[in-house]
Ligand binder design. Structure first.
Ligand SMILES: [Cu+2]
Length: 108
């Protein structure tokens, strides 16, 4: 009886430890630099719940605008804009001021 209790307690502790190790990773923040009229990195892959921050290092304003999903509007020089990835999908985006600037956000 005493031994069974001990085994039970051990299993419970093991279960708690295993659950905390195997749980989903906590949300993280990813940074995309806007530099030299490019999104760096051009393609970024994140998990649902993660935050993506675009930081404009150029001397002109830019945007990070997807056809569907998100639109930063103007990000001035030295400013940043953050977006929480809520839905899975593949989002191609551009800068509306310089449409040759292209990026891709993949949300897994
Ligand atoms: Cu731009």
């Amino acid at each position: 009886m005493r031994l069974i209790y001990k085994i039970g307690a051990f299993a419970m502790v093991l279960g708690v430890v295993t659950m905390s190790v195997a749980g989903p990773p906590p949300p993280t923040t990813h940074k995309v630099l806007i530099q030299g009229f490019k999104f760096v990195p051009e393609r970024i892959e994140v998990a649902v719940g993660d935050t993506v921050v675009w930081e404009n290092k150029d001397i002109v304003p830019h945007t990070a605008t997807a056809k569907k999903g998100f639109d930063s509007k103007e990000i001035a020089t030295g400013q940043s804009w953050s977006y929480v990835a809520k839905r899975q999908g593949r989002y191609e985006y551009i800068c509306t001021y310089h449409p040759t600037m292209k990026g891709e956000l993949v949300v897994r």
